[in-house]
Design a protein around this ligand. Structure first.
Ligand SMILES: Cc1ncc(COP(=O)(O)O)c(C=O)c1O
Length: 390
């Protein structure tokens, strides 16, 4: 082993550890996750189960009973290391999507995997493009890793992507493009045809394009997943990757399981950048049980579809327009007609009805998850008190 003691450090390298760390406090505006149920309950003095937690887009039905059994069955192995490659889970995911297990990389949540995606497929100084309004974790991760974060606006009316806007944003320095489909917080779906066009633009500069499909199970538009491109024309779409999660439709957010899918040679690179033991055995078993319980998934999707229609109809009727054609298990609506700021609106709904929604990402838009029928109704009743048309 050679001890290479280079002394030509850049100014940044000559700073101390804390100055390097403090770069992050200056450069990052961190994504704030929603409150936990217990914290929220203590803030409004109600028992935790009384909070309608419509703030983190979780499964309104909770986990499948088969998941709880699978977790209990793993108790005796808690002191041992899990499979680092999660092969059983990767096979289950492969069967679910009709792809090879060698195309799947698993981690403790898809947001964790985004660090590895940035590490593996871009270099310091490279550009990482994402959407606005959008999931701000991508620019945050890009900045942490010393990449240049670039966010491009969605259309103001339909919250979809104008491909010309993306085309203008792409430069020879563009290395990764994250498109969220359905998008968070707008709940709108960039159609697969537009994503395919974006993939071709990315390929021209040698960039990877990632379709973040955390919510795609809830979409009622068929054939929207990037898996269709990887299956139908892998040569043209070899720069395509998509990520999914078990935190939403599969109801195991607390187990922390997400994954990415790409061609095998791309997945192999991502696996090398991934954490060494990226998920625990309990989490892997829970995720397998969740994916295999197709009945629980069907019940979840039916509940979300019904609740989504109810919220769209009610919110529109009370003069709080919902962003068009929502496809996730949440809706984004405009509360400007109330004369309140989004923060004031969400605070009032929380303190009046113990309904927790997100009003902290925009001055005028609220994001609310689809809950149980009772929770959705509580949101409607509370919103109606503030709305222009009661
Ligand atoms: C668009 C999007 N992608 C990814 C995630 C993170 O999911 P995970 O729980 O798999 O980290 C979220 C979480 O809210 C999300 O909204």
């Amino acid at each position: 082993m050679s001890l290479d003691t280079k002394t030509t450090a850049s100014p940044a390298l000559s700073e101390d550890y804390l100055s390097r760390g403090r770069r992050l406090t200056r450069e990052i505006d961190p994504y704030l996750p929603g409150l936990t149920r217990t914290t929220a309950a203590s803030m409004v003095n109600v028992p935790p189960h009384r909070v309608a937690k419509l703030s983190s887009n979780e499964n309104p039905l909770g986990p499948s009973p088969k998941v709880l059994q699978a977790i209990a069955d793993m108790n005796w192995l808690v002191h041992e290391y899990p499979s680092p490659s999660a092969e059983e889970l990767r096979k289950t995911i492969g069967t679910y999507l009709g792809v090879g297990a060698d195309q799947v990389v698993v981690s403790s949540g898809s947001s964790t995997l985004m660090h590895a995606i940035v590490d593996a497929f871009s270099l310091p100084g490279g550009e990482v493009i994402s959407l606005d309004p959008g999931f701000t974790v991508y620019p945050e991760i890009a900045t942490i890793h010393g990449r240049t974060a670039k966010v491009i606006p969605l259309n103001e009316d339909d919250f979809l992507l104008d491909i010309e806007v993306l085309k203008k944003a792409i430069t020879p320095a563009t290395q990764i493009i994250f498109l969220t489909r359905p998008n968070n917080p707008t709940s709108t779906m960039i159609p697969i045809e537009v994503f395919a066009e974006a993939a071709k633009l990315a390929a021209e500069v040698g960039a990877l394009i990632v379709s973040d499909e955390a919510y795609i199970e809830f979409a009622d538009m068929p054939g929207q997943s990037a898996v269709e491109l990887l299956k139908s024309d892998p040569e043209t779409y070899k720069n395509v990757m998509f990520s999914r999660t078990c935190s939403k439709a599969f109801g195991v957010a607390n187990m922390r399981v997400g994954y990415a899918v790409a061609l095998p040679e791309v997945a192999e690179c991502l696996a090398l950048a991934n954490a060494k033991w990226p998920t625990g055995a309990v989490a892997q078993a829970a995720a397998i049980a969740a994916i295999e319980d197709t009945e629980h998934l069907a019940k979840t999707l039916a509940m979300v579809a019904q609740g989504r229609k109810y919220l769209i109809d009610e919110l529109n009727a009370m003069g709080l327009p919902v962003a068009p054609n929502p496809q996730g298990n949440y809706v984004m609506f405009d509360i400007a007609p109330t004369g309140l700021s989004a923060e004031e609106f969400s605070d009032k709904v929380f303190h009046d009805a113990a309904v927790l929604i997100r009003g902290d990402f925009s001055p005028r838009y609220i994001r609310a998850s689809i809950g149980t029928p009772e929770e959705n109704q509580r949101l409607v009743v509370a919103a109606r008190k503030l709305a222009p048309k009661a």
